[in-house]
Design a protein around this ligand. Structure first.
Ligand SMILES: *Cc1c(COP(=O)(O)O)cnc(C)c1O
Length: 226
């Protein structure tokens, strides 16, 4: 199957209210261009260095979503052009995004990443940590970030009932935060969950953004990527 066929098939399956992020990590710019030329504009990358090297050689109207763990000292390398940082997992990181975005006079869309999986390795906040961020008096003064919702990754397992419970948990977190802190704003509206192996379950559970890589571009070969 080609990238174009994969994208077309996926788009026929994903409802209109759900945004598809084509996760292009490890894939060459040529593959991204193939998808771009079908009209697709939203792409996802998880490494600062890789995104920084792809950005200048690809069309400027691509909306880049950053979906990997982001170190505060690397924020400035992507802040000028990134459309959304989906992986905000600390107060310190959010503060740095605000600071760097202010310097370039941009407003950067952000999602709070939650730890919903069983695996220890996955990054993310819990409700208590998110509450500490959202109740911080400083937050109201930060005009260069826009909190748009939540992101999470489910446990990597065949047990789809388990995966659904984790997605449902993220949706409950979203609702709790929305009611408590975002009553007055429409911009807090996104739930980013679902990848190649679990996007159908995620959409059933209320996802508004799915991040799909291998179903579009094929399996990743990490040996030849840097
Ligand atoms: C790689 C990645 C994806 C896409 O994974 P696939 O299984 O290839 O669809 C989605 N989200 C994040 C955070 C990723 O790192």
């Amino acid at each position: 199957m080609s990238i174009i066929e994969n994208l077309t098939r996926l788009k026929s399956e994903i409802p209109d209210h759900v945004k598809l992020i084509a996760v292009s990590k490890t894939m060459p710019p040529g593959d991204i261009l193939v998808a771009y030329e079908t009209g697709h504009r939203r792409f996802g990358e998880n490494k600062v260095q890789e995104l920084s090297s792809k950005y200048p050689v690809l069309p400027a109207d691509i909306q880049w979503h950053f979906i990997g763990h982001l170190q505060t000292n690397k924020v400035k390398q992507i802040v000028q052009f990134v459309h959304m940082i989906e992986s905000v997992d600390s107060f310190k990181l959010l503060k740095e995004i605000q600071k760097q975005a202010e310097k370039t006079d941009r407003v950067v869309n952000c999602l709070l990443q939650f730890h919903i999986a069983e695996e220890e390795s996955k990054f993310g906040l819990d409700l208590e940590e998110a509450t500490a961020i959202l109740t911080s008096p400083e937050l109201a003064t930060w005009k260069h970030i826009r909190l748009c919702g939540v992101m999470g990754m489910a446990t990597y397992t065949e047990d789809m009932a388990h995966v659904r419970r984790e997605f449902n948990h993220l949706k409950q977190i979203f609702r709790t935060l929305k009611v408590s802190y975002f009553q007055a704003t429409d911009s807090f509206s996104e739930i980013s969950m679902g990848m190649s192996g679990d996007f159908r379950e995620a959409i059933d559970e209320g996802s508004t953004i799915v991040r799909i890589g291998s179903l579009i571009f094929g399996e990743r070969n990490y040996k030849t990527s840097s």
